[in-house]
Write a protein that binds this ligand. Structure first.
Ligand code: S3P
Length: 428
């Protein structure tokens, strides 16, 4: 599908964000291995979290969805059943990596498959530690999906300093650890999103400048009955659009404001964005709030590399913000962007090139020579079938002179199915 987006004179209104993708996945998976019934309200109807639900159904878990409420009858740690067909994770890295941790831990013979993009993403990062724990898990060429999980002979806990700041890797190891008698200790020095430890109430303590998180088979698994907050990563597109557009006021309601996810807020504020945050309190174990963003003139910024894992999904749209700041902005230490749904450094470079922006692509980041308040050229933007690239293109197009085209715009179904209608509503 090709989505046409015209430059708009104003950007006003109020948006309810889609439910958080990371929390939706976890709520469903954790409910499946807990005992008893969990009722998850505001579950995401986007394609990725729906892939998680269909995998759980194939594992014999009773999952019922009525509108946005999902009720799951927990199978407990020992109740998952061997599926009779491949488990299709679609485009979802979180589904594949977290599910692999659970299946390897529980010793469920299964095969995890994904679409073209997911099948080209590295899985070695989870295969190596899970194998060290005694799991039987193999990937194509040792690194890629399909992943084959075998029964194994039970897992051993281990002490694991994270070699990459990745919440998916951290979660895969901790989830496998839930099936071993001895403790698994994950040591994290650069913080990444902490939904897994929060939602499972895993014991966590400070360790040097970082933290240590423990899991083991005697840790009681809490039911997952709560309302999933709005997705901060989806909100980020409007935070940027509202900041850079000269006539904007956007109210974003009920967003998850977990501090391990919101570095983009901090970065935009450092750039001079006019953002008002109204914390509502803790829904689930996650802080939520309403956020209002208004037009501002942004300043260039050099990102602190230790913040990268905290804003990894927001980096594409932060690059758009940098184009509208005055002067030289820099992102370094973000090589992980090359391992997402697409190579997001290269995909963003193509987008910025098409819009006539000035930048230098680096191996692990980008330098952007911001042109301040301006109207980029209308262009054809390739999403490369990546939801976040499509939405970053949409924000650029809103600032453009004429009508831009976003190619393969349906990619937004992965995390934000209503993105294009929300955009039209704000721009009308
Ligand atoms: C996610 C973690 C991040 C993020 C992804 C969702 C999660 O990936 O990019 O969209 O839900 O744990 P990494 O952990 O691989 O950095």
């Amino acid at each position: 599908m090709i989505q046409e987006v015209s430059g708009t004179k104003k950007l006003w209104g109020s948006i309810t964000l889609p439910p958080d993708k990371s929390i939706s996945h976890r709520a469903a998976m954790f409910a499946a291995i807990a005992e008893g019934e969990s009722v998850i309200r505001n579950y995401s109807d986007a394609a990725d979290p729906q892939s998680t639900l269909s995998c759980l159904r194939q594992l014999g878990v009773a999952v019922e969805q009525k509108n946005s409420t999902v009720t799951i009858q927990g199978a407990g740690r020992t109740g998952l059943q061997k599926p009779d067909a491949d488990l299709d994770c679609g485009n979802s890295g979180t589904t594949m990596r977290l599910m692999a941790g659970i299946l390897a831990g529980a010793g469920i013979e299964s095969r995890l498959v994904g679409d073209h993009s997911l099948s080209s993403r590295t899985m070695e990062r989870i295969i190596t530690p899970l194998t060290q724990m005694g799991a039987v898990i193999r990937g194509r060429n040792g690194n890629f999906a399909p992943l084959e999980v075998g029964r194994g002979n039970g897992l051993r806990g281990m002490r694991y300093p994270l070699p990459i700041a990745s919440a998916q890797l951290k979660s895969a190891v901790l989830l496998a650890g839930l099936f071993s008698e001895s403790d698994t200790e994950v040591i994290e020095t650069v913080p990444s999103r902490d939904h897994t430890e929060r939602l499972l109430k895993l014991p966590t303590e400070a360790y040097g400048t970082g933290k240590i998180i423990r899991s083991c088979s005697s840790h009681p698994l809490p039911k997952q009955t709560y309302r999933v907050p709005g997705d901060f990563s989806a909100a980020a597109f409007w935070l940027v659009a509202g900041s850079v557009h000269p006539d904007a006021e956007i109210v974003l309601k009920g967003i998850g404001l977990n501090p391990s996810r919101t570095a983009a807020l901090q970065i935009l504020q450092e750039m001079g964005a006019d953002i008002e945050i109204d914390i509502l309190g803790e829904d689930t174990t996650e802080p939520t709030g309403n956020v209002t963003v208004r037009s501002s003139q942004l300043r260039a910024v050099k990102l602190d590399p230790s913040l990268i894992p905290n804003c990894i999904d927001e980096l594409p749209v932060l690059m758009v913000a940098m184009c509208f700041a005055e002067g030289r902005s820099e992102i370094a230490g973000a090589e992980e962007l090359r391992h997402k749904e697409t190579d997001r450094l290269s995909a963003m470079a193509s987008l910025l090139q098409a819009a006539g922006e000035k930048f230098e692509e680096k191996k692990d980041g980008i330098i952007i020579h911001g042109r301040g308040n301006h109207h980029p050229e209308a262009a054809s933007f390739q999403s490369e079938h990546d939801h976040r690239i499509a939405m970053a293109g949409g924000v650029l197009a809103l600032m453009g002179t004429g009508t831009s085209r976003i190619i393969d715009a349906e990619a937004t179904q992965i995390s934000y199915p209503d993105f294009w209608s929300d955009l039209q509503q704000l721009a009308s």
